[in-house]
Design a protein around this ligand. Structure first.
Ligand code: ZN
Ligand code: ZN
Length: 105
């Protein structure tokens, strides 16, 4: 199972939902900042079952490959009070807050 969270920018209204870790389908996701569409996205970063036809390392929204790893990992997410550094808002550069968490499979 993977974990995930909703994030909200404290400065503008930007929101995103991010997934981390591995799910039942054997795909691992890492939150990244896509420089092409300026969105936070969950990028496929691992493929445990060697599923063919799964694009790795591309933005799920625009298929761009200019991705910056965004500062969020499962340890940070598991803390009851996530501390900075989280990454910054891709729209305004403001601080991002975690507004919800979930488990996915
Ligand atoms: Zn913002
Ligand atoms: Zn993109």
């Amino acid at each position: 199972m993977g974990s995930g969270c909703s994030v909200t920018c404290a400065q503008c209204d930007y929101r995103a939902t991010l997934e981390l870790g591995y799910g039942m389908a054997g795909l691992g996701f890492t939150p990244m900042h896509c420089l092409d569409c300026d969105e936070l996205v969950s990028v496929v970063s691992g493929n445990a079952l060697d599923e063919p036809d799964v694009p790795m390392g591309t933005c799920p929204r625009c298929s761009g490959r200019r991705l910056l790893e965004w500062l969020l990992d499962e340890d940070t997410l598991e803390q009851s009070e996530p501390r900075p550094p989280l990454g910054l808002c891709p729209k305004c550069g403001g601080p991002i807050e975690i507004s919800g968490r979930f488990i996915w499979d």
